[in-house]
Design a protein around this ligand. Sequence first.
Ligand code: KIV
Ligand code: ZN
Length: 511
Amino acid sequence: MKDKLIIFDTTLRDGEQSPGASMTRDEKVRIAKALEKLKVDIIEAGFPVASPGDFEAVKAVAEAVTDSVVCGLARTSDADIDAAAAALKPARSARIHTFIATSPIHMTHKLRMSPDDVLATAVRAVKRARNYTDNVEFSPEDAGRSELDFLCRVIEAVIDAGATTINVPDTVGYSVPHQFGETIRRIIERVPNSDKAVFSVHCHNDLGLAVSNSLAAVLNGARQVECTINGLGERAGNAALEEIVMAVRTRRDIFVCDTNIDTTEIVNCSRLVSNITGFAVQPNKAIVGANAFAHESGIHQDGIIKSRETYEIMRAQDVGWHTNRLVLGKHSGRNAFKTRLKELGFEFATEEELNETFKRYKELADKKHEIFDEDLQALVTDSLQDSSNERIKFQSLKVTLETGEVPAAEITVSVDGVEKQGHATGAGPVDAVFKAIESIIVSGCNLQLYSVTSITGGTDSQGEVTVRVDKDGRIVNGRGSDTDIIAASAKAYINALNRALDNSARAHPQI
Ligand code: KIV
Ligand code: ZN
C-alpha cells in the first residue's frame, strides 16, 4: 500500500501573483471547479485580506467547491487570519494557511523582527487560526535560506500550537535538489513532534528546479506538494502540478507514494488556466505542451509505429490528449454542443448564455469546418468573460495591406455605448490596428508583450493572441481569438484595455 501524496494547488493564489494573471471571482470559480474535477486535494483560493475582490473570490470558491478542501492564505496578523476564516466560512472543509519569514535576510530587512519575536508571532497566529478550524498550515517563508536550527525550533513550536501541515517553501527558488531533499529529511528527523504534522514543500522555479526540488523532498519524506497548473506563479513560477503528478505516477518504481489526481483532466485544466490568464503554454512544455507527444524525426516515428514504448514513457490519452480530436462540425446541433461542453467542464448559468455561445459557435463553424475541443474552450472563455464592466466593445475592422504600401487600419468600437471610429497606419497591420484603437481610447498603457499562437493545426485554425500591457505599474493580460489573426489582435488589445481601465473586478493579491 503506497502513501498518499497530497496535491495542494495554488494556481488561484501564487499562480495569480504572476504579473497580469489576476482573475475575476467568476474566473476563479471556473478554475476551482476544474481543479475539483481533477481531484486535487486542496485548493488555495486566494489571500482574503489582500482586497475585497480577493475576499469575495475565496468566499465564492468556498461556496462552489464540495470535494476539495478550500484554503485561504493569511499573514500572522489577527486581521489576516480573521479575514481568511470569514471568507472560508461557507466551505465544506476549510484550511487556513499562515506564514511568516524565518530567513536572516527576511527577518532583518523585511520584518525587522528578532528570531524570538518571529517564533512567538508564528505560534500566536497558529493558535488563533486553530480557533476557527482544526486544519491549519504554517509556512516559514524563505525556508530555503533559513538556518536549520531556527527552522526546526519554529516548526516544533507551531506543531505544538496546533499546526497540522508544515510547508517548507523555497520562496526564491535558491535550493538545489539533493540539498533541499536533505533539508527536508533532517527537519523531519530533528523535530521531535514531526510525526504530528504532514510535511509539505512549495518550490519556486527561479533556477528551473522547482519540480526537481519538490520531488527530492518527496523522496525524503514530504507528503504534500504545493504546485500550480502550467507552473504559473510569482516570477519564474511554481512547480508544475502536471509534472509532479506524472513523474510520481510514471516512476512508481522510485516513489513510494501516489496522488488521487484524475490525470485525464490535466490537459483540459491546463487549457482553461491558459485561456483565462492569457499565459500561453510553450509548445515544448512537458505533459501539456502541443509538442509533448509529437514525434518529428523519422527514426522516432518508425519506432513508435513498431512499439509505442520505444519513445513514449506516458500515453497521451492518460493526461487528456485525444487522438480523435474532431468533436463537432457545422451541422452539429445545440444539444451536441451543450453535451460536449459539459464533458469539458463548462456549464451555463442561463439559457441565454448557452444560446449566445451557440450562436458564436455557428459563426465559427461557418468559417472553420472542423471544430476541436481547443476551439470550443477558446470560444467559451470569450463568451463567459464578464463583459459587464467592459467599456470598450469591438465592432468591426478594415485593414488595407499591399506589398510596398504602408498598412492602414480603420476600426469601429463602442465606448460606453457610443460608436467611435479610429484610423491609423503602422509598421505592420497589427501595429496599425493598435494605433487606430489608441487614437480613440488614449489609454496611457504600454504594450509589454504581444504573442500569437494557433489554437489548432491548419491554416483555417483560429489564432489566439495574448497581449500584456502596463498601466501606471499595474500589469494586465488580454486575449482574443479569431480565424483572422488581425481581428484576434484587436480583440486581445481591447480586452487588455478593458481590464486595465477597470479597477473593480479583479482581485489583486500582491500586497
Ligand atoms: O513562496 C512562498 O514562500 C509562498 C508562501 C506564502 C508559502 O508563497
Ligand atoms: Zn510562493
